[in-house]
Design a protein around this ligand. Structure first.
Ligand code: HEM
Length: 307
């Protein structure tokens, strides 16, 4: 049975290092071999610094997949759904490779990121890097707890991983969407706490969900809590982390799923809104600056890449 990469379903970490690369021409053979060796590199440092709970992910960009693995393509792998309605935008970038390094030690992440860059060497160009961190008790920089309604325990695998029935060749892989959001915290912090709470439809300090009748149609959780035609919840596994310094702050939104559709539907519901034009008012305070779609193959497929 295929095994997933350990970072996909891993529990939240204290620190994250997220790397986005483009491949340079004519080095595909070298790159395939190098990528197939990244999981062993993660294992080596996970063992050496066992208390750091290191977990990583290697993912391939939707536009680059056919080049790196021409044998076959995950059934539903497609481009990031670029969207723009009024001032609500979801731009799309084309990154070839994504490497996620998460652990409870920033120094260990730094070592591993350095080793990954050395391993990929001249076959790639680093185009974006985000260092992220856990904020207080798992809060976004808006001050609200992020991740409460994430699937828990065994459900994380059910939601995040492709299963045998869905796509046997790519089982234990995961569709991944990333958006780097930049917050306008001056504007956000100028609001009363109650107005902030209305935007999420959860209380700030105690993280309690509003009752159904008190949730505005424009509230974030109202826009993203969707049901399918049988009334079942549509779910994703979020592994987002805050990032920032004294100039720029935001959330690196990271979502894994067994299909790209749930994320696409949620984003559409946030940006385009419902039939009555209710879009997500959170987007008045934060804006996506990047967006990209990837597939994180199983460890087995990654190993085959190097053969
Ligand atoms: C800067 C951007 C975002 C911020 C700050 C943010 C923050 C939050 C917060 C605080 C919650 C409530 C607690 C929780 O259940 O996690 C939440 C819930 C959720 N968010 Fe976001 N989010 C962002 C973007 C997105 C995007 C782009 C999507 C999907 C397209 C998304 C999907 C979800 C889902 C599915 C839930 C759970 C809803 C529920 O079942 O109650 N979020 N988010």
């Amino acid at each position: 049975m295929a095994r997933e990469q350990f970072g996909v379903c891993a529990e939240p970490s204290l620190h994250g290092y997220f790397l986005f690369f483009n491949a340079l021409d004519d080095n595909t053979l070298f790159l395939r071999k190098a990528l197939s060796r990244v999981p062993a590199l993660f294992d080596k440092y996970a063992e050496r610094f066992s208390e750091a709970n290191l977990a990583g992910v290697v993912a391939i960009g939707a536009n680059f997949w056919d080049e790196i693995y021409p044998q076959a393509r995950p059934k539903h792998l497609r481009q990031f759904p670029e969207m723009a309605v009024e001032d609500r935008i979801a731009p799309s970038n084309s990154y070839d490779l994504y490497i996620e390094i998460r652990s409870d030690r920033a120094d260990v992440n730094h070592i591993v990121a350095t080793k990954v860059c050395q391993l990929l060497a001249d076959s790639v160009e680093l185009v974006e890097q985000v260092r992220a961190f856990r904020f207080l008790d798992g809060r976004d920089l808006t001050g609200f707890v992020d991740g409460t309604e994430n699937p828990q325990g065994h459900n994380r695998r059910r939601v995040a991983l492709v299963n045998e029935q869905q796509d046997p060749e790519f089982s234990a892989g995961s569709y991944l969407h990333i958006q780097r959001y930049r917050h306008n915290l001056n504007l956000w912090n100028s609001m009363e706490v109650k107005d902030q709470e209305d935007i999420f439809a959860r209380t700030k300090v105690n993280n309690e969900e509003y009752s159904e009748e008190n949730k505005a149609a424009t509230a974030h959780i109202k826009r993203v809590n969707l049901k399918d035609s049988e009334g079942k919840s549509i779910e994703i596994l979020r592994q987002s982390m805050p990032y920032g310094d004294m100039k720029v702050q935001g959330l690196l939104f990271v979502a894994y799923c067994h299909s790209p559709e749930p994320f696409e539907l949620m984003l559409e519901s946030m940006i385009a809104g419902d039939a009555h034009g209710h879009s997500d008012h959170l987007l008045k305070f934060t804006q996506a600056e990047t967006g990209a779609a990837f597939f994180a193959p199983s460890l087995n497929v990654l190993a085959q890449m190097g053969e």
